[in-house]
Design a binder for this molecule. Structure first.
Ligand code: GLV
Length: 321
């Protein structure tokens, strides 16, 4: 019997697929950096039994219509707004993601982004590297304190909790907004639930960790930014689509908020000419929340374990239901 064909949409290290080679034939898009063009992916999907894809691939109805043999789509991300789950389920295709393995790593990055933005780390580093440092001065590159301030976490899931644990270590007051109450975070971290509007008004740091859905699309809009304190710092480590980017740009330009730290954008990648990339009080990162070597290996390995489970007739480990 022929081994199932698994198509991987990016070149990944051979050592990751090696343990699975007895069970599967693998084919990879041969670039580590550049995403596979949609038309090429469609051709590959026609033949594939399994697909390991990344957030750069739009797995939509057009693509799924061509999937004749596909049993599983293993998305190498916790977020899955790049996949039309309903269309996949209608075709009986299982979709999996990579929760848990990236929680702590993404929380590290989110907190690092908060700290870098508050204490103007990238700006300060550029100041030195660009030979602007001529004197010490009392208010030179003075930022905002983090300790004992109020963090407002929007989206208190696994990553939200992990960020809250870090905030607790900094003596921060923890407020959160979520679809449902997170009693564990309330009991263990002293987190206080607030309505979205109250959180926007009270927090010094508003941290978006909310997944992108029809309901959360652009929830950070003009009205939202107007409710924030002028001293507020906005951090987004979930998806660019939860922000009305033009409204954010206006809020920063009009000094309605103080700064922003962004790991994600509406359209990725952004160019250096993008208005957000041009602002000194905005720290821009290229969507690297879970990007530690250890975690990226774990995410790929979880994708492959999900694929193996499905072809062994077992339940996938981390299905999206
Ligand atoms: C990355 O953005 C992820 O969803 O894992």
């Amino acid at each position: 019997m022929q081994k199932p064909l698994i198509f991987i949409t990016r070149k990944i290290p051979d050592e990751i697929i090696k343990p699975y080679e007895n069970h599967f034939q693998f084919k990879m898009w041969q670039s580590e950096d550049e995403p596979i063009p949609k038309d090429v992916l469609i051709e590959e999907v026609k033949r594939a039994d399994g697909l390991l894809c990344l957030i750069t691939e739009q797995v939509d109805e057009e693509l799924l219509q061509q999937a004749r043999h596909l049993k599983i789509i293993a998305n190498m991300a916790v977020g899955f707004d790049n996949i039309d789950i309903k269309a996949a389920n209608e075709k009986g295709i299982i979709v999996t993601n990579t929760p848990d393995v990236l929680t702590e790593t993404t929380a590290d990055l989110t907190f690092a982004l908060l700290m870098a933005t508050a204490r103007r780390i990238t700006e300060a580093s550029n100041y030195v590297k660009q030979d602007k440092w001529k004197h010490w001065a009392p208010f030179l590159l003075a930022g905002s304190d983090i300790h004992h301030k109020t963090i407002g976490i929007v989206g208190m899931g696994r990553i939200g909790e992990a960020v809250a644990r870090r905030a607790k270590g900094f003596g921060m007051e923890i407020k959160y907004h979520n679809r449902s109450r997170n009693e564990q975070a309330e009991a263990e971290l002293g987190a206080t639930y607030l309505s979205f509007d109250a959180l926007l008004r009270e927090a010094d740091y508003i941290v978006s960790l909310i997944p992108l859905t029809d309901e959360s699309k652009e929830i950070f809009n003009e009205q939202a930014f107007q409710k924030m304190k002028r001293s507020a710092i906005f951090i987004n480590a979930s998806r660019g689509g939860v922000v009305d980017e033009q409204a954010l740009i206006r809020a920063l330009k009009n000094e309605e908020i103080t700064a922003a730290g962004l790991d994600v954008f509406t359209e990725e990648p952004i160019a250096s000419t993008h208005p957000l990339a041009q602002m000194e009080n905005v720290v821009c990162l290229p969507h690297i929340g879970s990007a530690s070597m250890e975690t990226r290996y774990k995410m790929l390995s979880l994708c492959l374990r999900n694929i193996q489970a499905v072809f062994s007739g077992e339940k996938p480990i981390t299905p999206i239901t």
